[in-house]
Design a protein around this ligand. Structure first.
Ligand SMILES: [Zn+2]
Length: 278
C-alpha cells in the first residue's frame, strides 16, 4: 500500500521527495507554496521537474495541498485571488508530477445555502476554463465546522457533475473529517462504500487523508489524532485501509508528529499492522 505523510518543502520540492524516500513513504503531500497566504509563487521549475523525475524513478506518488484561505465559495472580493492561487498551485503540482492539488469543499456563511454551491461551481468553472495540465483539482470533504457544506459524498459528486469540465476534478477523502461530519462512524464503512459506489464517488477518488479524530463521531470538530490514539478504533481504520475502494490509493497522514512518535514511526506501524498489503 502507498502510505505517506505531509512533508515540508523547506529543502524544495525535490528535497521533499527525497525525504519521502528516506522515511520509507511511497507517497507524500506538500504545500506548493505558503499555505497561510493566497499570494502567487514564482517557483523554481528545475526543482519541480527534478522532483517529478525523482518520484517517477522511485514510484512515489505526490499531492499538493492548496492554501487554507482558498475558499471556492468566497465572495466577489476574494474570488479572483482564489482563482489565481489555485491556478498557481495546479501549475506547480503539474510541474512536480503530482496527481493534483487538494482544496477543501467551499465554505459559505450567508443565508442562502444555494448561493454557496453556485459560487463554488462558478469559481471551479473559471479555473478549469484556464487549466489544461494533467494535475487534478482534488476536492476534500469537510468536517462541518462553522457551516454545513461538503459533508456528504452526494454533494461532492453533484458539484463535480455540475461543472463544465468534471474530467479535471477528483476527490480527496479525509477520514477525520468524515468521522467528525458523522458520514463515517467507524462501524458503517460497508454502507458508506455501497453508497459511494452507487453514486459514482469512488472512481474519482484519487487520494486519502488518513487521520484519526480527537473528537467523537458527528462532533463537527476537526482535530486530527494519531491513528492509534483517537476516537476511531484502530481496527476500523485498518478495515477502511484494506477495503477494495481504498487500498490502491495514496494514504497520507496529516497526524501530529513529535520526536517520540514521528511519521516514520507511524508509517512503520501502519506497515506492521497491514503486513499482507504493504
Ligand atoms: Zn485533510
Amino acid at each position: 500500500m502507498r502510505f505517506g505523510c505531509h512533508i515540508s518543502t523547506k529543502n524544495g520540492y525535490l528535497g521533499a521527495a527525497r525525504t519521502a524516500k528516506a522515511i520509507g513513504a511511497a507517497a507524500f503531500q506538500y504545500f506548493p507554496k505558503n499555505p497561510r497566504s493566497l499570494r502567487i509563487k514564482k517557483f523554481d521549475h528545475r526543482d519541480a521537474e527534478r522532483c517529478a523525475a525523482f518520484c517517477a524513478e522511485h514510484h512515489i506518488a505526490s499531492i499538493g495541498h492548496s492554501a487554507y484561505g482558498c475558499n471556492l465559495s468566497t465572495d466577489q472580493h476574494q474570488r479572483q485571488a482564489v482563482i489565481d492561487c489555485l491556478l498557481n498551485d495546479l501549475d506547480i503540482t503539474n510541474a512536480c508530477g503530482s496527481i493534483g492539488t487538494v482544496v477543501h469543499f467551499g465554505a459559505y456563511h450567508g443565508d442562502d445555502p444555494l448561493e454557496g454551491y453556485k459560487r463554488m461551481i462558478d469559481t471551479l468553472n473559471e479555473i478549469l476554463f484556464k487549466w489544461d495540465g494533467d494535475s487534478f483539482i482534488l476536492i476534500e470533504n469537510n468536517a462541518g465546522k462553522g457551516d454545513q457544506m461538503g459533508l456528504t459524498l452526494e454533494e461532492l459528486v453533484k458539484i463535480r457533475e455540475l461543472t463544465e469540465r468534471p474530467e479535471k476534478i477528483g476527490f480527496c477523502f479525509d477520514t477525520c473529517h468524515a468521522f467528525a461530519a458523522g458520514l463515517w462512524t467507524g462501524t458503517n464503512w460497508t454502507e458508506v462504500m455501497d453508497k459511494g459506489k452507487e453514486i459514482g464517488y469512488f472512481q474519482h477518488l484519487k487520494v486519502v487523508h488518513l487521520n484519526n479524530s480527537v473528537y467523537p463521531a458527528g462532533s463537527r470538530r476537526d482535530r486530527h489524532a494519531n491513528l492509534k490514539s483517537g476516537q476511531i478504533k484502530l481496527e476500523h481504520l485498518l478495515e477502511f485501509c484494506a477495503s477494495e475502494v481504498i487500498r490502491e490509493l495514496p494514504l497520507i497522514l496529516e497526524t501530529p508528529s513529535s520526536d517520540s512518535y514521528s511519521h516514520i514511526h507511524e508509517i512503520n506501524d501502519l506497515k506492521s499492522w497491514m503486513p499482507q498489503t504493504s
